[in-house]
Write a protein that binds this ligand. Structure first.
Ligand SMILES: [Zn+2]
Length: 105
């Protein structure tokens, strides 16, 4: 029985395990491509109650001064500093509002 290309038609179980735990570069590359870009997660933490949630960040979120659950009152957070305007961006994660303090124009 001829073995073509030097690859045995059947791999032993040990060989399969070895291939799996120690994949050659071409196999590792092919697996990386299959999963696509690695998921990037970020942690949102409420500055009032400490509730946290892991979410995939969105580009439009930008940066914020505070994070708050959407049911906290505005006065549960520190007031904006003098000369700062405050605006709110809602829709982060399942229940967060971003509080953005920006210098008054
Ligand atoms: Zn909260």
């Amino acid at each position: 029985m001829a073995v073509r290309h030097g690859i045995p038609s059947r791999l032993s179980e040990a060989e399969v395990v070895e291939l799996d735990t120690n994949p050659p570069p071409w196999l590792a590359q092919s697996r990386a491509n299959r999963t696509g870009k690695r998921a990037v997660w970020t942690q949102l933490t409420c500055d009032v109650c400490g509730f946290t949630e892991s979410v995939r960040p969105k580009k439009w979120w930008g940066t914020w001064t505070y994070l708050s659950c959407d049911f906290h009152r505005a006065d549960e957070l520190p007031l904006p500093a003098d000369g700062m305007n405050r605006r709110e961006v809602d829709g982060l994660g399942s229940r967060f509002i971003a509080i953005v303090d920006e210098p008054r124009a």
